[in-house]
Design a binder for this molecule. Structure first.
Ligand code: 5GP
Length: 126
């Protein structure tokens, strides 16, 4: 297997209930909660409950049900927060960092949903 999951990471601890989180939404296979260090007025993290390091690991090993649940959980957060452009919302940016170039800090797959202000350039200058 290309990925070894470290069950000591902070999101694994959140999923085990060992540290608290500010939950936005929970589904059968996914959890959404506010980021502890928000980079915008809206900064929500969505994670699968399964032990997946990043998006690639998830797509290779997760079940179709888990993948569908994760995708729908992201949409459910967007809908709950009134951000959906098709319904008059202001929109948002969806980010998933992976590996070194992506500067992923927490080795459990997570999608960042950012909104609440114009978010500027897609990536920082190198
Ligand atoms: P990454 O750089 O891995 O894509 O993003 C990790 C994110 O996790 C960061 O935005 C960081 O603020 C957030 N984070 C780190 N530790 C915690 C925590 O204990 N609770 C919450 N809610 N977010 C955290």
């Amino acid at each position: 297997m290309a990925y070894d999951y470290d069950s000591g990471n902070i999101f694994a601890k959140i999923l085990r209930g060992e540290i608290p989180n500010d939950t936005v939404l929970e589904t059968g296979h996914s959890l959404a909660f506010n980021d502890i260090g928000p980079q915008a007025p809206v900064h929500v993290l969505v994670i699968p409950k399964g032990a997946y390091v990043n998006w690639d690991h998830f797509v290779i090993e997760a079940s179709a049900e888990e993948i569908a649940d994760f995708a729908r959980a992201i949409h459910a957060v967007v809908e709950k927060l009134g951000l959906e452009p098709g319904s008059g919302g202001q929109g948002y940016r969806l980010i998933m960092n992976a590996g070194e170039a992506g500067l992923q800090e927490v080795p459990h797959l997570h999608a960042h949903i950012l909104s609440g202000r114009p978010l500027g350039k897609l990536v920082a200058e190198g």
